[in-house]
Design a protein around this ligand. Structure first.
Ligand code: B4P
Length: 191
């Protein structure tokens, strides 16, 4: 099973994906976490993307597509995956469709979290105060929102047009309330 958790920056994708991973048989694949780990380890990829990410811009499609392809082809990985933060452009979506089709798979569902922009900014600024992530500054948040509207929002239409099940979930409320809505929407059984 291949699911995608989708939504604007700060909508709770990473938060809910971790919850879904714990309670259901799905492996959480977060492109944001992978890239932050490359930056923290000072790898070649990390050096290439650090400034792009800190500014709130998207890293190049070909780079992130190669990373996801490598992970999805890993035979040790679970075949049930929840992808968080990818695809973020139409080009990434088409690349994901192609790589899954090569293995006889497709995207089974998309969970799209909806949260008003003012609440998104408040959440991210709160995280900035607690964790100090490099891209949680006001300038980078504005750029991340801009990129989301310019490039990422269209990904949802791509999946709708292809007949993939898209479940829009209200992401306002505490983490448990949002998780309960997701659980009802996707209706998969827990461990
Ligand atoms: P991500 O790591 O995906 O960052 P994000 O969109 O902010 O989501 P995140 O998962 O961290 O936050 P969440 O909504 O859970 O990407 C970071 C950067 O990596 C991108 O800007 C880009 O540069 C690069 N990148 C990643 N993937 C890429 C791709 N495919 N292509 C190109 N570039 C890529 O949570 C936000 C905050 O809200 C947290 O503090 C959380 O505690 C809080 N929160 C969550 N749920 C809440 C709730 N219900 N109530 C209150 N607060 C809540």
């Amino acid at each position: 099973m291949i699911g995608i958790i989708f939504g604007p920056p700060g909508s709770g994708k990473g938060t809910q994906a971790a919850r879904i991973e714990t309670e259901f048989r799905l492996t959480h694949l977060s492109t944001g976490d992978i890239l932050r780990s490359e930056v923290a380890r000072g790898t070649e990829i990390g050096k290439e993307v650090a400034r792009v990410m800190a500014a709130g811009d998207l890293v190049p499609d070909d780079l992130i597509i190669r990373i996801v392809q490598r992970i999805l082809r890993d035979p040790d990985g679970s075949s049930d995956v929840l992808i968080d933060g990818f695809p973020r452009t139409l080009q990434q979506a088409m690349a994901l469709d192609r790589m899954l089709a090569e293995e006889g798979h497709r995207v089974d569902f998309v969970i799209a979290l909806e949260v008003p922009e003012s609440a998104l900014v408040d959440r991210i600024l709160h995280r900035a105060a607690v964790e100090g992530r490099a891209d949680d500054t006001r300038e980078a948040i504005a750029e991340r929102m801009h990129e989301y509207h310019k490039l990422t929002a269209a990904v949802l239409d791509h999946y709708r047009k292809r007949g993939v099940r898209v479940e829009v979930v209200d992401g306002v409320g505490n983490v448990d309330e949002v998780f309960e809505r997701i659980r009802r929407a996707i209706g998969i059984s827990s461990r």
